[in-house]
Unconditional design. Structure first.
Length: 177
């Protein structure tokens, strides 16, 4: 039997409770992480292979910015409507004005005139029937500043989402009176 030796305080702390005092002390495994351990350098001055990197290099940042720039350059042209889509949207607005004139004519059983003023680049809606009480057009939620009680104006220069100037052809449709 071995003589019982006095253990130091650290050896006593490492022993699991209820263990044999003659057994060697249990050493817990070391936990190595970049947050807990200071960075260690090899003799050559290069960082240890297990050391965590703390920042990106300038080259990596430049590559990421170049990739983001390419993605943005590809995505921006697709976000704007094409010229064909812009012209279709403008034609829908003009068609809606013509439909509005038609609905006024049908509901009031009278005649309304739609004229395209090519010099001012606008569409003008007026009452041209014999019922003078209808010379005052109904109020519209989409009034222009130029609208009067007797005429409704739609400026083709102010159509939304139209990057080109829309101009009507200088033609006459129907009979002139």
């Amino acid at each position: 039997m071995q003589p019982h030796r006095a253990m130091s305080r650290t050896e006593n702390q490492r022993r699991p409770p209820f263990s044999n005092p003659n057994d060697p002390p249990v050493v817990p495994p070391r936990i190595a992480s970049a947050a807990m351990c200071p960075p260690q350098r090899q003799a050559s001055g290069l960082p240890n292979a297990f050391q965590a990197r703390r920042a990106f290099s300038l080259l990596e940042v430049m590559i990421v910015l170049a990739v983001i720039g390419l993605l943005v350059a590809v995505a921006i042209p697709r976000s704007e409507p094409s010229l064909v889509e812009q012209l279709r949207a403008a034609s829908r607005i003009v068609a809606a004005e013509l439909q509005y004139a038609r609905s006024l004519a049908v509901s009031n059983n009278s005649t309304y005139r739609v004229a395209f003023d090519t010099s001012a680049n606008e569409l003008i809606l007026t009452h041209s029937g014999t019922k003078t009480a209808l010379n005052t057009l109904p109020l519209s939620a989409f009034r222009s500043q130029r609208d009067t009680a007797a005429a409704k104006y739609l400026s083709l220069n102010e159509l939304p989402n139209l990057s080109v100037a829309a101009r009507p052809l200088n033609t006459t449709v129907g009979s002139s009176s």
